[in-house]
Design a protein around this ligand. Sequence first.
Ligand code: C2E
Ligand code: MG
Ligand code: MG
Length: 709
Amino acid sequence: MAGEPSGRRERTATSEERLRAAEADLRTADERFRLLVEGARDLISYRFRLVPERRFEHVSNGVESVLGVSAQSFLDDPTMWDKLIHPEDRAKAGGALDPSAPVVMRWRRADGEYVYLQHRRMPVHDADGNLIAVEGVAHDVTDAVLAREELEASERRFRSLVLNVSDLIIVVDQRGELQYASPSLERILGWAGEDQNQGLDGSRVHADDLPRLRAAFANAKPPGAATATTTARIMHKDGSWRWLEFSVTDLLDDPTVGGYVVVARDVTERKDAEDQLVHQALHDALTGLPNRALFLDRLGLAISRLERRSGLAAVFFLDLDYFKVVNDSLGHSAGDQVLVTVADRLARCLRDGDTAARLGGDEFAVLCDDLVDEGEALQIAERLGSALAAEPVAVAGRELVVTASIGVAIANHATQRPESLLRDADAAMYRAKERGRARCELFDAAMRARAIARLETEAALREALDHKQLSLAYQPEVVLADGRLVGAEGLLRWRSGRGPEGSPLEFIAVAEETGLILPIGAWVVREACRHLARWRELAPDRAPTSVSVNLSGRQLSRSDLPDLVTEALTETGLEPQSLCLEVTESVLMDDVETAVAALKVLKAVGVDIAVDDFGTGYSSLAHLRRFPVDILKIDHSFIAGLGRNPEDAAIVRAVLALAKTLDLAVVAEGVERPDQLDQLRALGCERAQGRLFSPPLAEPAFAELLVGG
Ligand code: C2E
Ligand code: MG
Ligand code: MG
């Protein structure tokens, strides 16, 4: 510029001035830029010379604050570049020089840490177009890079979580369209590819569960709020239903999602297990029929339907005849087989909507709805009876004909209670048993009256126990050889003040049914012990050696009986042999195993055991051997015929022989006439009781007999 001709300068004075001004402007801009760059602490501008030699021509001061290395040290050492760039990033330095394509490289700071520098570079060419230098600007982007890396890592983590988690995750937008489904959709429900998009309209949701699932969406809460879970059945591709537990989160307002996030898991197995538990709770394990609880529930529904509909519902109470014999003689598995067959036959002769249930043991119940009249109910009862008896049941190599006694109760108004209807049917069944079994009886007014009377008896009996209206009468037991009094049997008496005393058998039956026999029986044991102790004090020489009391079946099966007996003995200071417990043969035969076990425990206490009413209970020698008993009491029905009926004499003779074999004592019951006494003596019977010697006496009279006699 300095060597230009002056003429021209003159001519172009104004343009030169302009040029100068422009240059000055440019310089100012350049300077401003330089200042800016120099001043920018996180910005480095540099120029790297390639020819004629590789060296930094310029490095801005920003390098000092970014890398902790002075700008001068770059100018001094052209290899600074190689020293500070991360070895792995060195290759990038050789890349294209395009300012629009920034390159990020790691540089080592003076403290050894690496920072990410983003470079925008530009080639500098000479007039011939040769690359002679690189001009660049770099700035520290470490924070941004690290933040992005962290974001990517968390996204990767999240994605792998969603992909691998066993739960199903789907995102549904506001219009109900599927935005995303995790791969577990295919694993859980079999749906893949295009198939996935179908079914969001609810067509794959079980109709019963759809409203619930819809509600879950409607009530979905944004994240953070506690989300309730809902279960619903969803159709698997194979057509089966799978139970899924859903939690729905409302992310409609979240711009990155804009929909519902649904997390679902397969809980089919858990549901199945739950259903099974419910089923078990409501069904009989052996036959699979509904149990009593479910039957009463269905009966309750049937009764409440009567309110809206005409017609009747009928309850049939079935009790198998002689089932105990099957169980005892052929074994429990044969018994079970019979029960299963019965259940099957009952279920088969019912219409849809009817219910057959097993109430327990050999008791079944059937509920039929929508009947026209009682006649129809009785027809059904006949049909049930013949369905059971029509064909013999083959068990344990035998053909058994199974019959049932059936009681029918009719529900005809909506105020009846299920329990009382079932009880009515039960009462009618008892009537069927009484009238010879294998038949049916309809519950009627008379039965209801009797049932009510029983309820009244129960209430009165409860009161009698509390108000000491019960007492024991004692009947002496004598030695036939010399008429000596050796024992006394305590017999329960109830002075109810409601007229003449009935047979204890009547109220004892009610006491047994209601369980009242337990406190009453306990009282009897204590009372008898107390009285014997008293007699011994009154008449030491003439008091009986022992006192007998009667036990009911219900008492015998109670595990607290031995303690109760021991306590009564200790309280009264009696030795165990002073007490004899009588159990009827039929109670013993009712449940042989329980009886054997219970008697063994009682025997260990040391008391005597008598088999009462012997001869009426069909026990065999084999059974008798197993019962740890001391005395057989021959039932009065056999004694009644002595001297008149040779058959009875034969039976008594047989019992005496049997007792001898088993080394048991024998007592004849109900001896009323001298000819019976003679015959008993002739047969060699040693002990007896009966009106011939003395009727049962109230305790004061009995005590008087001892003192005065
Ligand atoms: P059981 O144990 O066989 O008692 C003998 C029954 O024969 C008594 O009837 C007695 O009064 C009656 N009797 C006495 N002498 C004669 C006679 O010469 N001829 C006839 N035919 N019978 C006579 P009761 O007192 O009516 O008792 C009936 C049944 O009630 C008893 O039969 C016993 O099984 C039961 N019982 C009585 N007291 C109790 C008790 O405290 N607990 C339990 N569980 N049952 C009892
Ligand atoms: Mg007795
Ligand atoms: Mg008896």
